[in-house]
Ligand binder design. Structure first.
Ligand SMILES: Nc1ncnc2c1ncn2[C@@H]1O[C@H](COP(=O)(O)OP(=O)(O)O)[C@@H](O)[C@H]1O
Ligand SMILES: [Mg+2]
Length: 282
């Protein structure tokens, strides 16, 4: 089982939005997905309850119980765990960053966000944890050309020395609301741009985790997007999508080395593992 987190110290970056869309998309391409909602606000879990569909599965857990929740998902036969996290996670962010195979850091292409992301990158650097950044809620491209705001954001993000997804997720109202039947827009319109962008982001995340993207959709899945490709916008030729690379690890900064390893607070061992909720007897 692979695990990745959505991690950002600033609220509103799009962690929950990307967690649920990537979960739906990955499930449709053959994964058995559990979202683990560790945010006390429970936005992802609320979405799931309103959805009334069995897949992807959902687990809610106290931050301290994350390792147990991941273990529990593995025992239930999940192949992918997506950990949605609270903003301002503080010490918990260290626990998350170490518990998963990859940390996806969403960032809006706006000055406050581009600065705030530094805190998250620091945590990643201190732990030497695998991570990458995705620009979220970018202005719509003109054809295949990104807007100056997005291009500028890429320049700023390049300073953080982490891989940046060549796919920026566009600011689209359709990502905000489930449809009346609880499904996401991308499930209803699997060949539309909102779905293919999420599919391309998923292909990139898989590359970062060192996994070849799955080409076989689940037969019973309502979502049938085309097999994702990583769009070439300069630095990620589509051919790479089939060639898994090892996870990208952040070189440890001199300051971080001098400070020594940062350890998360020890997890409380007393709690029982949170259940994975899956309707329909998965
Ligand atoms: N790409 C996007 N397009 C349109 N709205 C978005 C996008 N990403 C996030 N949002 C909206 O921004 C708000 C914050 O997103 P959310 O995923 O809850 O952030 P976080 O979980 O990081 O706090 C929500 O209202 C969400 O619907
Ligand atoms: Mg959230």
């Amino acid at each position: 089982m692979r695990t990745f987190s959505l991690l950002a110290q600033k609220g509103g970056a799009g962690m929950t939005t990307l967690a649920v869309h990537l979960a739906v998309l990955a499930e449709s391409l053959g994964e058995r997905v559990a979202i683990i909602d560790t945010d006390p606000q429970r936005s992802a879990a609320d979405w799931w309850r309103a959805r009334k569909l069995p897949r992807p599965a959902m687990a809610e857990c106290e931050p301290k119980n994350l390792p147990k929740a991941i273990e529990s998902a593995k025992k239930r036969g999940m192949t992918l765990c997506i950990v949605d996290t609270p903003p301002h996670a503080g010490q918990f962010a260290y626990l998350v960053a170490e518990a998963v195979n990859f940390n996806l850091i969403p960032c809006r292409p706006a000055p406050f966000d581009l600065r705030a992301i530094g805190k998250t990158v620091d945590i990643i650097a201190q732990l030497n944890a695998p991570a990458g950044i995705v620009i979220n809620a970018a202005p719509a491209n003109r054809g295949d050309t990104e807007m100056p705001v997005t291009i500028e954001a890429r320049k700023v993000l390049a300073r953080y020395n982490l891989p940046v997804s060549p796919v920026a997720i566009i600011d689209r109202p359709v990502y905000q609301h489930p449809m009346e039947d609880g499904r996401t827009y991308i499930e209803h319109f699997p060949t539309g741009k909102p779905a293919t962008d999420i599919a391309a982001l998923w292909a990139w995340v898989q590359q970062q985790m060192g996994v070849a993207p799955k080409a076989r959709p689940n037969a019973d899945s309502p979502v049938r997007p085309k097999v994702a490709r990583v769009p070439a916008n300069g630095d990620a030729p589509a051919a790479n999508a089939a060639k898994p690379q090892g996870p990208v690890r952040q070189p440890q900064s001199a300051a971080a080395k001098a400070a020594g390893p940062v350890r998360p607070r020890p997890a409380d061992q007393s709690g029982s593992p949170p259940p994975i909720a899956a309707r329909g007897g998965r």
